[in-house]
Ligand binder design. Structure first.
Ligand SMILES: Cc1ncc(COP(=O)(O)O)c(C=O)c1O
Length: 435
């Protein structure tokens, strides 16, 4: 078999480094195997690089490409609506149609505003929560990712589980130099999935708390589903103490269903963030929420703005993505079935190879990690998995043309096929034998 080469990407990376800081436009792109890769095109479930390598893509570009690369209906919609204009610094009909559609689909979406990405929309939600409650801090959970801006760039990069210290009063580590020291005062952190601990801490600190923010499934560190009653418990705590419950659905939105995790688990947050998969890779996100909370923005007590918000191509892409996902009523069942098929196949391959591979997740997204634990329940468990082995596994898969996110996260799209899932399982069987 031809040995895979990354020579042209390597040369381009060297060229890029002269003009792009670190050679990339987002830090995460550095962590590709064996270095940042340069791509030429994508189609359906495949993506191709400058060295002529083809990859079966389970990264879906970090999640957005839920209907695959270059879906013709999405591209046609973008093309045709862009020909009417790009951006009006004013309103247009399609954004109202998009908002009406999201209001039908997402249980808590009574009012909304559109932004460009998840990071921005998260900050908007904090502003709304502070304005309505008159309180300042938010409670967040260890290992949850809410974007790269100052007050959330903590608690996601930790040297070791020991370094986290006491669960009730954990240490948090900055992800970056240069953060405002005040940003650390914006939040308190707790381990996820421990309702009794949240109850205890909130009982004493509720007068400080404007919001509790959570990924409803902890996708960014282990693809961990909530323990029975955990999300319901958060809902009850927020109601009891007048705190906003914010679901960060940047990943779960459109992935567990068009109504997000809030529909899947039947729990209405006060505010929620949708981004990534809602528009197939075009920059649009939404902060949605109950009317009583979103009135903070409607009344202009809270200012939200943005020159580029709801540009024509982004709105057209979102409407077309929803249309594609809705046109086949079996789409979501298929994504769950394929995800389960992949999880079972990976587990069987690992068993045969004698590897402690833990595979978990709801299906449309799933995680692979190396550990003898039967289940990962929070970030502290994730930190104890074998990251070196994971790196070798992901690298081995990549060298054989299967692209998976470096931290072990896999996304299923509406265009993956059973044959492709079986191919990925067969490749994993070879790689698991060799690492
Ligand atoms: C759960 C979650 N929230 C927020 C963000 C930030 O979104 P963006 O990268 O669009 O700013 C991400 C990005 O990966 C995410 O996974």
């Amino acid at each position: 078999m031809k040995k895979i080469s990354y020579q042209k990407s390597e040369a381009l990376l060297a060229r890029a480094k002269a003009v792009l800081a670190g050679g990339v436009s987002s830090e995460f792109r550095k962590y590709n195997h064996p270095h940042a890769i340069f791509y030429t095109h994508g189609e359906g479930s495949k993506v191709y690089d400058v060295d002529g390598n083809a990859y079966l893509d389970f990264t879906l570009s970090q999640g957005p490409l839920i209907v695959g690369h270059s879906h013709p209906q999405v591209l046609d919609a973008v093309d045709s609506y862009s020909r009417q204009g790009q951006l009006f610094a004013g309103q247009h009909i399609q954004e109202v149609e998009l908002a009406e559609k999201l209001a039908q689909l997402i249980p808590s979406a009574e009012l909304m505003r559109f932004c460009l990405d998840g990071s921005e929309a998260v900050q908007t939600a904090f502003r709304v929560a502070r304005s309505k409650t008159g309180k300042q801090k938010f409670l967040r959970f260890e290992g949850h990712y809410h974007g790269w801006l100052d007050n959330v760039a903590w608690g996601i990069s930790t040297p070791s589980v020991e370094a986290l210290g006491d669960a009730e009063n954990p240490n948090v580590y900055a992800w970056s130099q240069g953060l405002s020291p005040h940003s650390k005062e914006d939040f308190i952190t707790l381990p996820w999935n421990d309702l009794a601990l949240v109850e205890k801490v909130v009982a004493t600190r509720h007068t400080e708390l404007a919001a509790i923010i959570t990924e409803p499934v902890m996708c960014n560190n282990g693809c961990i589903v909530p323990q029975e009653g955990f999300l319901q418990g958060l809902r009850a705590i927020c109601d009891r103490y007048g705190i906003a419950l914010i679901f960060d659905e940047v990943i779960t939105g459109f992935r567990l269903g068009l109504g997000g995790a809030q529909q899947y688990y039947n729990i209405k947050p006060d505010l929620a963030i949708f981004a990534k998969a809602i528009a197939s890779g075009y920059p649009i996100s939404a902060i949605v929420g109950k009317r009583e909370w979103m009135e903070e923005i409607a009344s202009a007590r809270v200012i939200h703005a943005g020159t580029m918000n709801t540009s024509n191509p982004t709105v057209a892409a979102a409407l077309a993505t929803i249309h594609v996902l809705e046109q086949d009523p079996d789409t979501y069942n298929r994504m769950f079935r394929l995800g389960n098929r992949l999880m079972e196949g990976l587990r069987a391959a690992a068993k045969k190879a004698g590897q402690d591979l833990l595979v978990q997740g709801p299906g449309p997204m799933l995680n692979t990690s190396f550990t003898a634990l039967p289940e990962i329940k929070n970030y502290r468990d994730t930190l104890q998995t074998d990251k070196t082995k994971l790196k070798n596994f992901i690298a081995g898969m990549h060298d054989k043309g299967v692209r998976v996110i470096g931290r072990g996260l896999w996304y299923i799209s509406a265009v993956h096929t059973e044959e492709e899932i079986d191919h990925a399982i067969a490749v994993s069987a070879e790689v698991l034998q060799s690492i």
